[in-house]
Design a binder for this molecule. Structure first.
Ligand code: DX5
Ligand code: ZN
Length: 233
C-alpha cells in the first residue's frame, strides 16, 4: 500500500517565545504562518522545569484562532484536564509515563469534544502504545528528554517514529503523528519521511526575533522535499 503523505504541519512551541509579551508573540507567529500553537505545560516534578498554567493559556486564547495544542508534562494530568479545556485547548496531550490510567484520561478528553493525545519519552518503547491506539487521536513522540527547548534530536527516535507510523497503518487507525524536540531545517525532511504529520518547532521558529519568524517558518517548509518520502507501508 502506498502511504498517503499530507502536507506536514508546523506547530510553533511558545516555550521559546518572549514570555513578557506572550500574547503578541502568539499573534506574530500565527501571522508568520505557523499552523498550530504548541503550548508546553511543565510542573517541576515530571520534568525539571516549571512553565505555564491554565490561566496563561486562557489569557493568550484571544490572540489567535489557530489550534491550541497543549502538551502536558505534568504528573497526574487527569486532575487538570477540565482547566485546560476551559482555557481553550483544542488538543490535550498527556504523557504515558505520568498517568496511572491513561485510557480513562484519554476517554475523558475525547468526551469533551477535543482531540486526545498521548506522548512518550525517548526511553519509552513504542510497544507500550499497543493498547492505547483505540483511545487517542494523536501520538506525540518526544525526540528529546522533555523539559527544555533548544536540545538536540536523539536520532534513534526516527526508527521508533516509523515503527509507530507502520503500526497506525497496519491497525488502520486515524491517528496523527507529532514529533517534538530539536526540529530544524536539517532534520525536517527525514522526520516527515519517517512519518511525522505535525512537527513542533521552538527555537528554530522563534530564533533571532520577530523579523525572522516568516523566514524561519519558510525555511522549515522549504526543507521538506517530497522525493525524500520513500516508505510504502
Ligand atoms: C521540550 C518541549 C518542546 C520544546 C521544543 O520539552 O516539549 O515543545 O519547546 O523546543 P525546540 O524545538 O527548541 O527543541
Ligand atoms: Zn512540547
Amino acid at each position: 500500500m502506498k502511504r498517503n503523505i499530507y502536507k506536514p504541519k508546523i506547530a510553533a512551541s511558545i516555550l521559546s517565545a518572549d514570555f513578557a509579551i506572550l500574547g503578541k508573540e502568539v499573534k506574530d507567529i500565527d501571522k508568520a504562518g505557523a499552523d498550530i500553537i504548541h503550548i508546553d505545560v511543565m510542573d517541576g516534578t515530571f520534568v525539571p522545569n516549571i512553565t505555564i498554567g491554565p490561566d496563561v493559556v486562557s489569557s493568550i486564547r484571544k490572540y489567535t484562532k489557530k489550534i491550541f495544542d497543549v502538551h502536558l508534562m505534568i504528573k497526574n494530568p487527569s486532575n487538570y484536564i477540565d482547566n485546560f479545556y476551559k482555557a481553550g485547548a483544542d488538543i490535550i496531550t498527556i504523557h504515558l509515563e505520568a498517568e496511572n490510567h491513561p485510557i480513562r484520561t484519554l476517554e475523558y478528553i475525547r468526551s469533551l469534544g477535543i482531540k486526545a493525545g498521548v506522548s512518550i519519552n525517548p526511553a519509552t518503547t513504542e510497544e507500550n502504545l499497543k493498547y492505547i491506539l483505540d483511545y487517542c487521536d494523536l501520538i506525540l513522540v518526544m525526540l528529546v528528554n522533555p523539559g527544555f527547548g533548544g536540545q538536540k534530536t536523539i536520532m534513534s527516535q526516527l526508527k521508533k517514529l516509523s515503527n509507530i507510523k507502520e503500526m497506525i497503518h497496519r491497525e488502520n487507525k486515524n491517528i496523527l503523528l507529532e514529533v517534538d524536540g530539536g526540529v530544524n531545517a536539517k532534520n525536517f525532511s527525514s522526520l516527515v519521511s519517517a512519518g511525522a504529520d505535525i512537527l513542533v518547532a521552538g527555537s528554530s521558529v522563534f530564533n533571532a526575533g520577530k523579523k525572522m519568524y516568516i523566514k524561519n517558518i519558510k525555511k522549515l517548509r522549504n526543507s521538506w522535499n517530497r522525493s525524500d518520502i520513500k516508505e510504502t507501508f
